[in-house]
Design a binder for this molecule. Structure first.
Ligand SMILES: [Fe+2]
Ligand SMILES: [Fe+2]
Length: 218
């Protein structure tokens, strides 16, 4: 299969797989409980620092200048998201004193991504992770709106979500360049699947521990 057809197939399959991450029925419970956007924004800080760091880690060994530059831009975007969320938390009276998003260590998603050794696997994982982010952020915007937090909803809708969508599209572009033969396509497919599995495991864990189902992604 040529790379173009392969990526089109992956996008189609992803849409079906990502439906598993859209448990809309739980949204009302969360808004009613103590899951104000503040708690979810703290979870978002961890995602953003990890996303920034993983892009920076992949940069030195990336096989092309264009991929290096894309990763550099992504590392910067995720750092910008971190700063914007921090500012929003302060506006919501969370001064974050003593808060270190990495105090409990890196997440299983970070560890999985850090274990990937080839550009095609990394790009496939990123393409998937950012597609997940778009789904999660859409849910989070809805949660913020239902909770009456219009400013956080606006931050996600106008700034963060468009960047995450761009990161996903970056993944699409590089997958088309890299997933050119059966071997590369098998690696990409496996990385895509494992990324969704790790995201699902993390979502189930967050729900079991803290009843969080709609933390934003990045
Ligand atoms: Fe982000
Ligand atoms: Fe991102």
């Amino acid at each position: 299969m040529n790379a173009e057809a392969f990526v089109a197939e992956l996008i189609r399959e992803n849409d079906q797989l990502l439906a598993r991450l859209a448990p809309a029925a739980t949204l009302t419970n969360e808004v009613a409980g103590d899951l104000a956007p503040v708690k979810l924004l703290r979870a978002a800080l961890k995602n953003e620092i990890e996303a920034s760091e993983i892009a920076a880690r992949w940069l030195p060994t990336a096989g092309s200048v264009s991929l290096k530059l894309a990763l550099a831009r992504q590392a910067g975007d995720e750092a910008k998201h971190y700063a914007l969320i921090e500012t929003r938390l302060r506006e919501l009276d969370d001064n974050l004193i003593g808060f270190n998003p990495l105090a409990t260590g890196y997440s299983p998603m970070f560890q999985y991504l850090a274990s990937l050794g080839s550009d095609v696997e990394r790009v496939a994982a990123q393409f998937t992770r950012e597609a997940i982010a778009v789904v999660k952020n859409r849910q989070f915007i809805e949660l913020c709106e239902r909770a009456g937090d219009a400013a956080t909803a606006r931050l996600y809708r106008d700034v963060i979500e468009p960047d995450e969508r761009f990161h996903h599209e970056m993944g699409v572009k590089f997958l088309r360049e890299l997933a050119t033969d059966a071997e590369a396509q098998a690696l990409a497919r496996a990385a895509r699947l494992r990324t969704i599995e790790v995201a699902e495991e993390l979502q189930n864990l967050a729900f079991a521990r803290a009843k969080i189902h709609h933390a934003p992604g990045c």
